[in-house]
Design a protein around this ligand. Structure first.
Ligand SMILES: C[S@@+](CC[C@H](N)C(=O)[O-])C[C@H]1O[C@@H](n2cnc3c(N)ncnc32)[C@H](O)[C@@H]1O
Length: 322
């Protein structure tokens, strides 16, 4: 069992403060973050959170570090990356402002973040702005911990891979937020590619998959992840390999095998293969969880398929130039 596996039985005993900043992360995931900070991390190498938002997840992790017997707040650092502002393409919500809405004259919630994280500011290093600008391409220092809650587009995931996954070493710990998001299949097939070099901690905690690196990750694997160069069929195989390792999440609420099957439909969709995408997705429409939570995904895939039409209609469209 990895050191992460030992945290599961402790989850229910964690009580977090009531006044935590607004967060998009569930209580179970916050408890797990706390436990990782409290019992696993040392601060000897970089501790990194990508996508801190209003600071809910940061707070839970920082509290764990603060109460850790080994983390030294004088030398250890928690690096928090985020736009810390709302606006088009940021994936940040106005709820990250302390007042719950954006003031008329300011789109930055950085000051709100700082005031909520006040007790931990001495060991918090804040990197505000677009990750491509705020991360250092020349920093190759080892990363001990990576909380990834930022990779909502393939473009950002490329940065995460190039600048952070390459710095993982045996013993490093990764938490992937939004692993239950079928629209983010790069999280799933990249994890499939990493399987020979990692140990998955246990069932996902709600939407979070946790793993520990157990062997050095070969450079060519990291390059393929960064460049997203896996062929279409290979991506599906890599997701299947993850499906063999995980099913229901820790709380029993999320059926990951079905979620990952729908992620395969998104691999096809992003590859412009709308027929294949819908043929994968339509088989899942009877899945109770997906029907309840992902109706918009089915609609999107069905609409793309309808627009594409049959192979004959496609040929005719091409022939008449529309
Ligand atoms: C799901 S939210 C994070 C939620 C947070 N962990 C919590 O506890 O509520 C995703 C965050 O990623 C940030 N983000 C997305 N793309 C980014 C980028 N390219 N550079 C910096 N931050 C980015 C957004 O600003 C947003 O706050």
């Amino acid at each position: 069992m990895t050191q992460l596996g030992r945290l599961y039985p402790m989850l229910d005993s964690v009580t977090l403060p009531d006044n935590l900043p607004y967060t998009q992360v569930s209580t179970w995931e916050l408890q797990f973050l706390y436990l990782v900070g409290r019992h696993v991390l040392t601060g000897d190498d970089r501790i990194v959170e990508l996508g801190s938002g209003g600071g809910g997840s940061t707070y839970a992790l920082a509290l764990g570090l603060h109460e850790s017997p080994v983390f030294d707040a004088k030398t250890g650092r928690l690096h928090a990356y985020d736009f810390f502002r709302v606006g088009k393409g940021t994936f940040a919500t106005e709820k990250f402002f302390t007042g719950g809405t954006k003031p008329a004259d300011d789109n930055s919630f950085l000051d709100d973040f700082k005031s909520r994280l006040e007790p931990f500011l001495p060991f918090l290093e804040i990197h505000a702005g677009d990750l491509w600008q705020t991360s250092d391409p020349d920093d190759h220092s080892p990363v001990e911990f990576l909380h990834i809650d930022i990779a909502k587009t393939a473009r950002v995931f490329r940065c995460v891979s190039e600048r952070f996954l390459t710095r993982l070493r045996p013993g490093s710990v990764v938490l992937h937020q939004d692993f239950a998001g079928p629209r983010l299949p790069w999280l799933h097939y990249s994890t499939g590619a990493l399987l020979p070099y990692i140990e998955i901690a246990g069932p996902p905690i709600r939407s979070t998959l946790a793993f520990e690196v157990t062997r050095p990750i070969p450079e060519e694997v990291l390059t393929a992840i960064t460049e997203d160069s896996f062929p279409y069929e290979r991506k599906l195989e890599l997701i299947s390999a993850v499906q063999e390792r995980i099913d229901r999440d820790h709380t029993g609420g999320i059926p990951f095998r079905s979620v990952l099957e729908l992620a395969k439909a998104y691999v096809a969709h992003y590859d412009g293969r709308h027929r294949q995408a819908w043929s994968i997705a339509r088989r899942l429409t009877g899945d109770e969880y997906l029907a309840r939570t992902r109706a918009d995904h089915f609609k999107q895939l069905r609409t793309a398929y309808d627009k594409e039409g049959s192979p004959l209609a496609k040929l005719v469209r091409r022939a008449v130039g529309r």
